[in-house]
Design a protein around this ligand. Sequence first.
Ligand SMILES: Nc1ncnc2c1ncn2[C@@H]1O[C@H](COP(=O)(O)OP(=O)(O)O)[C@@H](O)[C@H]1O
Ligand SMILES: [Mg+2]
Length: 598
Amino acid sequence: MKKYRLLKQFLRGNKAAYIAGIVFMIIAQLLSLVNTFIIGVVIDSVIGDILPEGIAYKGLQLLGGKEHLMHNLWICGLVLVFFSAFEGVFMFLSRKYSAIAGEGIAKNIRMDLYEHLQNSTYLYNTSIKTGDIMQRCTSDLETVRNFLATQFQDLIKCIVLIVASVSVMQKVNTDLTLAGFSLMPIIVLGAFFFFRYVSKKFLLADEAEGVMSTVIEENLSGMRIVRSCATQSREIEKFIASSLDYRNKDLKITVAFAWYWGLSDAICQLQIGVVLVTGIILAVKGEITVGMLTVFMTYVHNLIWPIRGMGRVLGDMGKASVSLGRIQEVLEAPREPGRDDTGLTPKIEGNISFENVSYEYTDGNEVLKDISFSIGKGETLAILGKTGSGKSTLLHLLVGLLPYEKGSIKVDGIELGEINKRHLRKNIGIVLQEPFLFSKTIKENISDNNPDITDADIEKATSIASVDRAIRNFEKGYDTMVGEKGVTLSGGQRQRVAIARTLIGNCKVLIFDDSLSAVDMQTDKEIRNALRKHCADTTTILISHRINTLRQADLILVMEDGRITDRGTHDELIQREGLYKQVYDMQSCVLDMAKAGE
Ligand SMILES: Nc1ncnc2c1ncn2[C@@H]1O[C@H](COP(=O)(O)OP(=O)(O)O)[C@@H](O)[C@H]1O
Ligand SMILES: [Mg+2]
């Protein structure tokens, strides 16, 4: 039922074209049956001497009667050409409107998927596998489109053909009609079961191909490690194994198809043979005319292939249903609340407080436990903690990437959940732990094509982020392409471009999630000094493993296993035994050693 509603949703705006495609197709099919019937009548009643009945009689009279037509056979030819031309026109219209509807449906599915993925929750977006989603947006979409635009129409075409042909055939001769359909059930069922069987095999082969692609992809992207560990021969063995597996599975399908086409063609021809032999026997007995036997032969011939196709469509229907289900799963993923225009849009100053906040990604597994702290406008908060202690999670809660349920987070005294998300993110900028740059120029990455951002703004942001000099040293400067098509930025350069991108927003709160980890100590210091100078009113939150980065903060939190286990200023924390002091001692020791080495 849900799937049906989904299909209706995809059809929106294309219903007229879709129905037109089906109606024109039905007309074209009926015209083709008429055409064949005319040939039968011409053989029997114009060339032969059998008196026509009903509509055939009327038709003959209209064209001048048997005698006249007999001497002017070209008229019959002209009539046939006329009907064939019409059939062609309707066929064309049917194809055209089906294509319009098909493309429209595909566009709707793509739009719906894309829109939903843009607005689904951060948690969902980080949990999905890119390859899997790409497949849902391409091959699953294609399967559904193909079903709606082609296979469903084929099904209707087949039904129309069967009903119309049988109603004509059984009027002429019931015995021959039965003979004409004697093998049809075998043909339909054979196709149905075969395509059901083979679609499972296709699934296995697809999986094997996926495994093989992954081996290649991992090998190529991890080539440096493979080379440096000299594990090429093991990689080759792995590849051969996956390639062989894929070949075997694919071969099974090809052989199965060879059997199927061979056998089913033979049965189809046998069906035509049955009609021919029965027809000849009946014609000899005088129970059927030669003209009508020709009509029968042509009808059966025209029916047999669509009927075989119908079995295939029915067998493939499961595949379309699975694909639709996979698309449906994406469309049912939770949407991020508050993306619309709801919520408050207060002027944000940058006072932040957490009160008894706990968070769990999965039930019963709290990764943040009872977090409480507060910082005022323009202050700096620093967080130190081992990997996995919950630092990033805490920050993601603050920018509304994750929803919090337990406790209270307030920005300038207003509950975070009540603030409009877009507004919140315009005011609270975050540099993520693993920043992503798009395959665009550096300038576009920083300004995001916002026309309000001037070159001077960009230069100021990059200068605070200490990356302006590096950018100017590139041949194309700010117009340098980033990523596969352009230069490969070093980890530190990437981080600094990402910092500039966040700085350009002039946010009231700035969050750096370990954003200086790949930057050397000296540059780290320069950036912090520049930030203090240019963003004095900005509330800053820093995560870092470097005591030097953290030490000037107004408040430092030490996090262990989801809890705040200590807090204070640098001077307070080094007085106490604990993680902070341990890290401090270790880093001073390394520094001392480095100094001694100089
Ligand atoms: N998307 C997620 N789904 C489930 N668990 C997660 C997810 N992200 C992080 N975690 C878990 O939450 C804990 C805290 O992670 P995180 O906040 O990233 O720590 P940190 O930033 O301090 O290294 C870790 O145990 C991590 O495995
Ligand atoms: Mg982290």
